[in-house]
Structure formats: structure tokens, C-alpha cells
Design a protein around this ligand. Sequence first.
Ligand SMILES: Nc1ncnc2c1ncn2[C@@H]1O[C@H](COP(=O)(O)OP(=O)(O)OP(=O)(O)O)[C@@H](O)[C@H]1O
Length: 304
Amino acid sequence: METSAPAGKPLVILNPVANRGNMQAYRTLLQRYVNQQRIEYKETQRPGQAKDLAQQAAMANREIIVVGGDGTIHEAVNGLLAAGRRVPLGIVAAGSGNDFACNTLKLPHQPEEAVERAFNGRLTSVDAGRVNDTYFANGFSIGMDAEIGALTNRMKNIPLMSGAGLYYVAALRQLLFGFQRCPWLTFHLDDGAVEQATEKRYVLIAVTNGPAYGAGFHINPRADYADGLLDICVVDYTPLWRVLQLFPGVKQGKHVNAPEVTFYRARSVHIESKQPVTMQADGEEARVSVVDAEILPGALWIRI
Ligand SMILES: Nc1ncnc2c1ncn2[C@@H]1O[C@H](COP(=O)(O)OP(=O)(O)OP(=O)(O)O)[C@@H](O)[C@H]1O
């Protein structure tokens, strides 16, 4: 990964549909920078455009500032890493969940402070990851949590539903009506250093760079975004009543001592399933049968 001195004006990419379209506060704050001709400002017009814009800006060695939630950051990180340039990245946490910005990087929520930090924060090296042909900032998972994430995405437009409340409702619905979808998997870490070669049933396998996902569920509470390692939480299959008992405690990371839960750290992860299963990476869904993932130590250069 090439680190380059930034050239030209920073490109600010704002997702107008993040946070259910409540983006006016950010537009107003950024207008000052536009008026002072300090930035180039673009709003995305379609899913996937943040990736293209970030890739073009990174190719031109320009600093990038993303304004949106985990989905927008995921796209920008994919553009940036596809360009192969480590240009400075500022992040304004403006989505409904903001796990990477607020729970991993501890960036502020308050719009004015968030914008200030995205422009003037200290540049620091942050790990990213790759899973199959996608890069991720915060993490990916397969199993019940990915199914919950997929349902959360489908429920995002229901009035009065957002953030953790939305996630709780989706989780309860998925667990009560979709628990039979717990996947049968094999996996190995670091080319076989840890191996589960015989197919077994799991509630979930969550592989993360940061501690939380799903709007604040601390699935890997000890994850460190700069240690060059993926944190892996494996939850063995257990009856639904037990999952319902464990689930609320995940918010504060209270599942760490449960007998069904095992934590690992690794540089690479390989998972296989005979049937295609749902995977989420930074909240974006895919169907997969094989998962090949690795950490990309210090691949990002972010203002915190
Ligand atoms: N102009 C657009 N029209 C429709 N969708 C868009 C547009 N621009 C971006 N998107 C999509 O909006 C989706 C949601 O964005 P994002 O995840 O940033 O916000 P959020 O859902 O509010 O936040 P979080 O993921 O943190 O809960 C992304 O998947 C992105 O591809």
C-alpha cells in the first residue's frame, strides 16, 4: 500500500439517504467549507457511488472525508483500498448505527465535533480486512447475527425504527422465527493453527476489527483496530431459550464467559458451508459458501 502526500482539495462524500435522510445539519456545517473553497463536495446519487468517488480521489492522492454510516464507510474503504493508495481519510459519523466511527474509532456523534475531527483529527494507522472479494472496515459475520443484520436492513424504512431499537426488534423476530437457519460450518484460522474440520452447527461466527456491530453490540469487546489481528467470536449451537438469555448481555459484552462462546485472534480465517449462508460485511449482505478472510494491518490512515 502506497502512502502519498495529499494533493488538491479534500473530496467530501455525503450520503443523502444515511440516517434516514436526516442530513441537513451536516450539509449546513459543510457549506462553510464549500463557501471558503476549501473542499470539493459531492452527494452520492446511488448505492456504490461512494466507492467510485473514493477510488478516483485516492488515485489522484486526494484526502477523502466520508459523511454517512457504516455502509458509506464500507463503500469508501473499498474504493480507497482498490486504488492501492493510503490517503488520509476523515469520517463524520452520520448514519443510524455508526459502529466503525463511534464504537471502533471512538469518534464523536455530535455533528459539529464530528466534522471538526474529520478535518483536523490526528492521522493514525488503522487495520482493515478483506473477505472474499470485498474489503471491510469493521468486520463480517455469518449465522444468526448476519440474518438479523439482513432483516434490520429490510426494516430500516419502518417509521420510528432506528439504531439499537430497530436492531432489537429485528433480532427478536429473526430468533423467534428463523432460528432453524443456524448454519453447519467448518472453519480454520491461520492456515490450520486452530481447526474445526468436522462440520458443526453454530449460532454465529463474527470476525471483527472493532468491538461492536449492529449499532453497539459488543460482540468482540477486546478487539483493537491497530493490533494487526482479527478478533473472532464463535458461538456454538445452543437452544433458542439460551440464545435469548445470552443475547441482551452482548450489548455490554457480558457473553465473554458463557460456555458456548469461544474467542480467537488470527491473521486469516477460512470458513466453509455446504449450503449458501448469509454473510454481512460492515452491514452489507451477501450469500456465500466459502469465506476467505485476512487482516490488512494498518491499511487505512484515518483522522481520529
Ligand atoms: N443516493 C443514494 N440513494 C440510495 N441509496 C444510497 C445512495 N447513496 C448511498 N446509498 C446507500 O445507502 C446505504 C445506507 O447508508 P449508510 O449505511 O451509510 O447509512 P445508515 O444505514 O443510516 O447507517 P448505519 O449503516 O451506520 O446504520 C448504503 O448501503 C449506500 O449504498
